[in-house]
Design a binder for this molecule. Structure first.
Ligand SMILES: NC(=O)N[C@@H](CC(=O)O)C(=O)O
Length: 443
């Protein structure tokens, strides 16, 4: 089989068409008849989206292979409809040299489930004391464009200024984890009445908002691009809205979980709901949804943060921060903002594919589903609904916050560079994915 014919999918949720995939590209659209060497996919009733792009994934390799690897994480990505992920730098060793980022990128290429774009650390060892080899990572084979100490905030204003100045020279971006460390020492959950009631140290909204306010001003001062990771408060939305109105080159992301879940889930002290930044209040969730709808927030990014069972099945205070999110992202977005009428499927294509690709300077996603574009395609069934369980996960860790929840939508097929990675809801085996990529490469 050298090509694919996808029949009758609703393009970006609008009118139905057939799509022909050849040599890794979208070759034709319209009303098409199958050719003898084509694999035909009946996609009637399915929505066709461009392959999803995650700007914020923790793949854990090297060093954290007990929680996730590049292979298991990209399989989880494919299952969730993603064809590209940006791999965060908080690995062990930290991705702060050209050697580590090249290693991560090559692992992604070898497995073939999704493009893996390494994120480079801003500071050596994420320690916040000395700039990492930013230029070497940018010039490396991995061509790093996104730099982040995610998990840690670049809190020293001078280092942040220097990092912004540096990345501006090659059109890179600093993705800031906005968390003032002094205001969040020992913090366990959102600061408010509930944290007092539960006896858990509070994490004030101002710890996030004050860093964003400082950094948008620094970005303006030096004329650089700033990206703000995982916005979680209504106040952060206000600051970003103000900065954009002023013409500052800032972009912002929200996670699926911050669009759906609130701090009330901490009541049971179940550490599956412990995450950085913490789940906030209803008002924050509504402000984040509205900001995504009006464009103040540019993208949805998963912050997929796998952890081993022992890091979550312990007391709240001892547990690690983080939730897995690649497999559930599209369903949670559908529930929070599509089924509520705030975003169309074309908007979803923007916030989960073309906009994150643009921020990461990733090519091939600018013209979703257009003829001549790389064939990165996600086909989903939005009418499907199911009770979420750990059986829905494809990565190595099970720390999902959605177990027992009704979630809509199901990824039925994922096509990465012309190769099926998910077929009829099931992951395609690694050997078959590798062989199909070789066939595409041979033309
Ligand atoms: N988002 C999370 O809750 N966890 C992240 C890093 C972080 O603490 O931000 C992780 O790497 O586990």
């Amino acid at each position: 089989m050298t090509g694919l014919l996808i029949r009758g999918a609703a393009m970006l949720g609008a009118h139905a068409e057939d799509l022909r995939v050849r040599d890794g590209l979208i070759a034709a659209r319209g009303s098409l008849s199958p050719e003898s060497d084509e694999h035909v996919i009946d996609a009637r009733g399915l929505v066709a989206l461009p392959g999803l792009v995650d700007l914020h994934t923790h793949l854990r390799e090297p060093g954290g292979e007990a929680s996730e690897t590049v292979l298991t994480g990209t399989r989880a990505a494919a299952a969730g409809g993603f064809t590209a992920v940006h791999a965060m730098a908080n690995t062990s060793p930290v991705a702060d040299t050209a050697g580590v980022v090249e290693q991560v990128q090559r692992l992604g290429q070898r497995h073939g489930y999704a493009d893996v774009r390494p994120v480079g650390a801003v500071t050596v060892g994420l320690a916040g004391e000395q700039l990492a080899e930013i230029g070497a990572m940018a010039r490396s084979e991995a061509r790093v464009r996104v730099f982040s100490d995610d998990g840690m905030c670049v809190h020293d204003p001078l280092l942040m200024r220097r990092a912004l100045e540096y990345v501006a020279t090659f059109d890179g971006v600093v993705a800031q984890h906005a968390q003032e460390p002094r205001l969040t020492a020992g913090a366990q959950m959102n600061e408010g009445v509930l944290s007092g009631e539960l006896g858990l140290a509070g994490w004030p909204a101002v710890a996030e908002e004050s860093i964003i306010a400082r950094d948008v001003l620094l970005a303006e001062h030096v004329g650089a691009r700033l990206h703000v990771c995982h916005l979680s408060t209504a106040g952060s939305v206000d600051v970003v809205r103000w900065a954009k109105a002023r013409g500052i080159a800032v972009t912002a992301e929200v996670t699926p979980h911050h669009l759906l879940l609130t701090e009330d889930l901490a009541r049971g002290y179940d550490a599956r709901f412990k995450v950085n930044p913490p789940l906030r209040r209803d008002e924050d969730v509504l402000a984040l949804r509205a900001a995504l709808a009006d464009g103040t927030i540019d993208i949805v990014a998963t912050d997929h943060a796998p952890h081993p069972v022992e890091a979550k099945e312990c007391t709240w205070a001892e547990a690690a921060f983080g939730m897995v999110g690649l497999e559930s992202a599209l369903s949670v977005v559908q529930q929070a903002v599509v089924d509520t009428g705030m975003l169309s499927w074309a908007d979803v294509a923007r916030v989960l594919s073309s906009a994150p690709a643009r921020i990461g300077r990733l090519e091939g996603y600018a013209h979703p589903l257009e003829i001549g574009s790389p064939a990165n395609i996600t086909l989903l069934d939005p009418s499907h609904a199911r009770e979420w369980s750990t059986a829905d996960l494809r990565g190595r860790s099970t720390n999902t916050p959605y177990t027992g929840r009704q979630l809509p939508g199901r990824v039925v097929h994922t096509v990465h560079r012309g190769v099926l990675t998910v077929d009829d809801g099931a992951l395609v085996e690694p050997e078959a994915v590798a062989a199909a990529h070789q066939e595409v490469a041979r033309g």
